[in-house]
Design a protein around this ligand. Structure first.
Ligand code: HEM
Length: 219
């Protein structure tokens, strides 16, 4: 399998995951509203999504994308390490590539740790019914809002969620820039603009997801 194919898989799945994050952050922004409105909106929204066949199909594509992204990124990192097992005698690393680009594997592992814990906190409980059962709100919807509220009233989870948004931000910034290159954008000026878009996107995601736990904690 060619390196080009592997990079295209990582880039396309990565772009899909970036789109998912925009939708996910928009939905989670509901948590910032006053409790009386936030609870009913968040719970009815998440119930509607869970009951939609189309969204469930998109959900399976999402899980597959996460798996393919991780597997192919791991293969690329492994192959790159092997071919560069003898380090360069002179390598002005900081001049040749950014800190984030040299550490995508490590940043990716931190993001993966976050996703595994996050899926255990929400997805496993709500979708698979594993662990403590989730109650219903006064409208009869599964009370996902309460799950979030309880989780973010535990200071360790607040720190875990907020701090891990820093590596997520760097991973998204470099990942998005690389995805554009892997998918064939070579135009220099275009790439400079895409790099700026990637920076803004990564900052909005990291700050947005990072402040939600803090704000919910002080609610
Ligand atoms: C403030 C931060 C976040 C909150 C409150 C939050 C909340 C949630 C909730 C409630 C669900 C379950 C939805 C349901 O089944 O009804 C969920 C699912 C998920 N979240 Fe998050 N999330 C946050 C950040 C993130 C981040 C940063 C990522 C990725 C890096 C992420 C990735 C996912 C994935 C992949 C799922 C599974 C999608 C599915 O339900 O099929 N989340 N999240």
């Amino acid at each position: 399998m060619s390196m080009f194919f592997r990079k295209s898989v990582v880039a396309t799945t990565g772009l899909f995951l970036c789109i998912f994050l925009i939708v996910h952050l928009s939905a989670n922004s509901l948590l910032l509203l006053p409790e009386s409105i936030a609870r009913s909106l968040y719970n009815s929204y998440s119930t509607t999504l869970r009951e939609s066949t189309l969204i469930n199909v998109v959900g399976y594509i999402l899980y597959l994308s996460i798996i393919l992204h991780v597997v192919y990124a791991a293969i690329i990192t492994y192959k790159n390490r092997k071919t560069r097992s003898v380090s360069y005698a002179v390598n002005h690393k900081s001049e040749n590539s950014s800190w984030a680009s040299q550490n995508m594997g490590f940043l990716g592992v931190l993001v993966l740790v976050f996703i595994v814990v996050h899926m255990a906190n929400f997805w496993a409980r709500i979708k698979l019914g594993i662990g403590e059962s989730v109650g219903l709100d006064t409208d009869g919807y599964v009370d996902v809002y309460q799950v979030t509220y309880d989780l973010f009233h535990n200071v360790y989870y607040v720190l875990f969620y907020s701090i891990l948004m820093i590596p997520l931000g760097f991973h998204l910034f470099h990942g998005l820039k690389s995805a554009f290159k892997s998918l064939g954008f070579y135009h220099k000026k275009g790439l400079r603009i895409l790099a700026k878009i990637s920076l803004v996107y990564a900052a909005v995601m990291a700050i947005g997801f990072g402040i939600i736990p803090l704000i919910v904690y002080f609610k």
